[in-house]
Design a protein. Sequence first.
Length: 336
Amino acid sequence: MQRTALISGISGQDGSYLAELLTSKGYHVVGILRRSTHYHHPNIAHLYGKIQLEYGDVLDEANLTQIIRECQPDEIYHLAAQSVPADSWRQPLVTAEITALGTLRMLEAARLEAPHARFYQATSREIFGGVAQEVCDEETPTIANNPYGIAKVFAHQMMQTYRESYGMFACGGILFNHESPRRSLHFVTRKITMAAACIALGVSDPPLNELGEPLIQDRRLQLGNLDAVRDWGYAREYVDAMWRMLQCAEPRDFVIATNQCHTVRELCRIAFAAVDLDWQNHVVVDERFLRPTEINAARGDYSAAKAALGWQPETSFEDLIQMMVEADIQLLRKRK
Ligand code: NDP
Ligand code: GDP
C-alpha cells in the first residue's frame, strides 16, 4: 500500500529535497505550507502536481491537528522552523514560538491524531553550541548558547519525552550545517556563492542581504567573522539520512555530519576561485554581521549513523561550494 509522508517546512531547502526523495520512493507526499500573500515557492515549483500541499502553520495547533487527522500520515517529518540562528537574537520570541513550541504543537497533534506515525524532528548541532569539545556525537551533553539553539534543545528534549512517555516512534536527527543551491541567502555559504556569481557576471541589481541591503556594493561583499568554523555537508545527502532514521526497527537519535571543518575564509577562497577571482579583493568585514556569541568549532562524528543506517557523506566541501557558485551563475543568467 502506498505510504503517506507529511512534511512541515516543505518550501525550505530540506523539505524540497526530502519531497523529491520520497516521491521517487513512491510515497504520497503532503506538505505543509504557511499562508502568505505571495505564491513564490521556487524550491518546490518543480513538484507542483506531484505532491499535495496544505496550508498550515506551526503556530496554530488546531490547524495541524486537522491536517494530520485528514491525511493520516505513516511518517511525519517536522522540518518547519525559524531556522536562522543569526536572526534568533533579533527575534527570540518568534524563534521560541515557531522552533520550540511549534514542535510541541506538532508532537501533540501527532499524538492525538496519528500516534503510530513515525516522527522525525529536525534537531540541530546548535544544541551543542556551548560545548568545548572538538568532536560531538550522540552522547555529547546539550549546552546551547543562542536563542535558536535553546529552542532546538527544547524541541529535541520534548520529542524524546514524547517517545519515552507515549511510546511514539520519534527520532531526532542532530544535523550539522548542510547547504545547497537552495540554501537561503541568510546563511554564509549562499551569501558568498551568490556574491561571487554576481561579481563575476557584473550584476547591477543583486539580491538583498539579511539586513535588506544590496548583497554586493562596489563589487564588495560584507561578512562577519571570517575565522568562524563549521562542519558543512550537502543537503541532498542529509535528507536521505532523515528517511533512513524512520526506517529503523527502533527509534534512535543520530548525528549527521561530515566530521570535517572549514573556516569562512576558506569558503570565500573556494567560491571566488571558482569564478577566477581573488576573494581578498572582494570581501570586507563589517561588524554588523558579528554575533554576540559564536558556537564553538566542532565536527560531528557520524560513525553511529554509518554503522546503523549505512549513511555517509559523499560530496566534498570544495565540490559543494563550486556546485553552489555554478548554480547561482545559471540562476542569474536565467534572470537576465
Ligand atoms: P529553511 O529555513 O530552508 O526552511 C524552513 C521551513 O520552515 C520553510 O519552509 C518555512 O516556510 C517553514 N516555516 C517557518 N515558519 C513556519 C511556520 N510558522 N509554520 C509553518 N512553516 C513554517 O530550513 P532548512 O530546510 O535548512 O532546515 C530544515 C530544518 O532543519 C529546520 O528545522 C532547521 O532548523 C533544521 N536544521 C537545519 C540545518 C541546516 O544546516 N540546514 C542544520 C540543522 C537543523 P517559508 O518558506 O514560508 O519561510
Ligand atoms: P549557522 O551555523 O546556522 O549560524 O549558519 P550561518 O551560515 O548563518 O553561519 C555560519 C558561520 O558563518 C557563523 O559562525 C557566522 O558567524 C559566520 N559568518 C561570517 N560572516 C557571516 C555573514 O555575513 N552572515 C552569516 N549568516 N554568517 C556569517
